[in-house]
Design a protein around this ligand. Sequence first.
Ligand code: UD1
Length: 313
Amino acid sequence: METYLITGGAGFIGSNLTNYLVKEHKVVVIDDLSMGQQENLKPSANLTFIKGDVTDRKLMKEIITTNEFDYIFHLAAIASVADSVERPVETHQVNFESVLMLLELAKEHQKNMKRLVFSSSAAVYGDEPTLPKTEESVIRPLTPYAIDKFAAERFVLTYSKLYNVPTSAVRFFNVFGPNQNPKSPYSGVISILVDQFKRRLRDEETLFSVYGDGKQSRDFIYVDDVVQALLLVSKSMISLGEVYNVGTGNETDLNELIMMISEILEVELLVSYEKARVGDIPKSLADITKLKSINFKSNYSVKEGLENYLKNI
Ligand code: UD1
């Protein structure tokens, strides 16, 4: 039995990872429940839940000095790009400062830790149009969120080289699946769509806004595949000090997505085509050669991921 710290463990990706790990391991979750929800976590004797903020130095120090962690997954973030544009100083505290603080604490107090994995984002690539993105592609962060993710990612990987803190990082593409919060207009499009389809199934009135012509495409990856990727990155020896794209290497456009969900649930969704969003990129696609080199194999196409997700809505 190993011991894990998962920051943001009640959030979307964090809760899926936690629910998987608690079956066999001890997991400590810290989450301020700003986006996450405690209901996302399955009750377990192996789980310790701490409601708190990753920028709270006193609390973080207490957690790090009173436990010996085998693995730390830093998934806590203010994951909204729009929010980072509105409140760059506040989001910087969470998306950057907390990472540096955690690295320092791990350096001082977690001498036996096997790996710290940091969650970065495909947002670091910005709008440079060359596709697919490899980890060596041009980096062009365009928002406070993307800049913080990139800077934090570099700090994380550099701690491995400079101070022998074992670290790795991942750049998530468009992750979907259970426990993703659909509440904001800037939530992942699949969570918003599923929410709207659910309303349709209850015969409520809905109108889904497609921003643009619906031909924009993304590399959508099902959260179970992301859990697999996170564990592979944390366990591999060659991933030490390295960053990995986490996607599937396949693209799906928004119109296709709406059709797939419609077919699975056997209900139509009313759609209105609106002006494209400012800053929206037409396409995003990961090259996952590097992730495959540590034995990643996607188990879900977008359709299979959707089927699995929609079984339980
Ligand atoms: C994702 C991030 C975004 C980041 C970008 C850069 C999320 C939720 N979004 O955006 O913050 O800047 O990566 O890598 O993680 N759409 C609609 N109707 C809706 C919602 C979305 O048409 O109600 C469209 C969007 O305009 C976009 C597409 O669906 O073209 C996908 O949207 P989204 O899920 O937000 O993902 P990204 O645009 O990739």
